[in-house]
Design a protein around this ligand. Sequence first.
Ligand code: KG4
Ligand code: ZN
Length: 350
Amino acid sequence: MKYVLGIESTCDETGIAVVGDGWKILSNVVMTQEDLHARYGGVIPEVACRRHADVLLPLLKRSLHEAGLTLEEIDLIAVAKGPGLIGALLVGVNFARGLALSTRKPLVGVNHIEAHLYSTILDQRPPFPALGVVVSGGHTSLLLAESVGSYQMIGKTQDDAIGEAFDKAARLLGLPYPGGPEIEKLARGGDPKRYPFRAGTLKGRPFDFSFSGLKTALLYRIKGQNAQKTGSITLSDLEKKDLAASFQRAAFADVINKIELAADHFSCNSILIGGGVSQNRAFRAMLAEQVSLPTFWPAPGLCLDNGAMIAALGYHYHREGETTSSFQADPRLGVTHALARSSLDPTRSY
Ligand code: KG4
Ligand code: ZN
């Protein structure tokens, strides 16, 4: 078995994992910075960088220990090279580069978005073409995947990412960061039809997203028309629940409608859904009710940012001959990507 060390530091989670042959997770250590950013209601890039720098080395030791391996036994180092926060990316990429140089191991830079999608399948192969859906704090993206390793972006958000919209909505409702899980919890006791919220549609761009209007509609419901973002919130518990449920339903209805449209338009045979928002149970239930295509979801430890998805996809990048030495951290890295051979076969040897 070939062992890959995966390093993730694109935003506010530091992750280091060891994965065998692109699918067998031997360790997956993630340290979230939620506590650090909670008081600001969102991620502060400078604060995130410092924390990444502080914890990478201890996490490396823990990850190797949990995997029962030494650094010498690692065959390849993979690091998330983008997209993400530039400072956070630089910390991870430089750490990985230093590690690779000092141990003379090969190094690959992995696309974080593709890794989210890859985390949904690992050792399985979905029927292609597949519709890739990344719903996270930084992204709301629809991709057409012809195979693992060959992706094309077909739609993305024009303003807030869906997770970001959940985080902002939670803040308006007086809930802590990260807001997604809080909204989900609150929404459980609420009426999703009470408030007729809708996410945005963009003329001539049926697969793009817009959530800023939805967030503003929630703001107005909470504080009245022309409201300012500051000021105290006086809502009954039931109103809060109904607002959370209605907001959540509107956001997911929009994503699911666009998934259905895109899957049909591009004749997709399956759907791969990755990113932190894919943890949401209501989302999974709504999608299952509306869409009948086989749908692949990440396992619980793989929804949020983590090193295992980086290591798993890094294994394939390397096996497909991706050259390594010259990549740069790229905060705006796109996802149109084609590996040398686009049809990856998990059974082929390294
Ligand atoms: O994938 P991730 O760790 O970050 C990025 O790569 O951007 O996802 C974090 C995002 C946060 O915005 C968080 O609020 C959201 O995922 N999230 C959720 C849930 N759990 C996490 N959103 C809705 N429902 C959830 N249960
Ligand atoms: Zn992510």
